[in-house]
Write a protein that binds this ligand. Structure first.
Ligand code: AMP
Length: 218
């Protein structure tokens, strides 16, 4: 199953990707995670990307298209994959189509997480992430047992630098302007399915699992 999760930041794409990746044994490919790894490693790519990420702007198309085209050549993507946070522009979607033509067949399904701004803002500004294992918490909806400490591995939690309110508002604006046109792009191809990103984690996972089994994708 070759899957794209599309929707604004804070829609729950990352959280659902982790669950779907476990359930269906598919690699989870998040351009945001790959870029953050590069920032952490101090790689030239990370140094360049950080200037965009900190402002909530998109990293240039050619950079992310290159990252994804390279990643899709990995041997673990033969049976399928979950793309989370990519494509984010029509140009990236065209780059993906091109990369898939030379590597694999096309995308099976694009899930659009339709999400209200209120929910997205609340989720992002309250999000806390484990420094070591990357698990996500929320100060209100899913607090750790001990303040600031990961339940799973005991490492400390941090707030992503782009999860402050001003940057979150810009990320949502960038989404509306540059990424939302992809809803139409994939609807025209007849492969778009819409779910509510406002649902809680377990409810949304149930909806997605049912959708895949009905579409005989899993
Ligand atoms: P995310 O973790 O998906 O919220 O992404 C965090 C940040 O990484 C975004 O605000 C962008 O600056 C950058 N980024 C991630 N994916 C892409 C992409 N497909 N195109 C451009 N920039 C991206």
């Amino acid at each position: 199953m070759k899957l794209i999760l599309l929707g604004p930041p804070g829609a729950g794409k990352g959280t659902q990707s982790v669950e779907l990746s476990k359930r269906y044994g598919l690699p989870h490919i998040s351009t945001g995670d790959i870029l953050r790894e590069s920032v952490k490693a101090g790689a030239p790519l990370g140094v360049k990307a950080k200037t965009y990420m900190d402002k909530g702007e998109l990293v240039p198309d050619e950079v992310v298209i290159g990252i994804v085209a390279e990643r899709l050549k990995g041997s673990d993507t033969k049976k399928g994959f979950i793309l989370d946070g990519f494509p984010r522009t029509v140009k990236q979607a065209a780059g993906l189509d091109k990369a898939l033509k030379s590597i694999l067949s096309g995308i099976d399904i694009v899930i659009y997480f339709q999400t209200s701004n209120k929910v997205a803002i609340e989720r992002l500004t309250g999000r806390r992430v484990c420094k070591k294992c990357g698990f996500n918490y929320h100060v209100k909806n899913m607090p750790p047992k001990k303040d600031g400490v990961c339940d799973r591995c005991g490492a400390s939690l941090y707030q992503r630098p782009d999860d402050n309110e001003a940057t979150v508002l810009n990320r949502l604006k960038v989404y509306e302007e540059q990424t939302k046109p992809l809803v139409e792009y994939y609807a025209k191809q007849g492969i778009l399915k819409t779910v509510s990103g406002d649902l809680g984690v377990a409810d949304l996972f149930r909806v997605l699992s049912q959708m895949f089994s009905e579409a005989k994708l899993a």
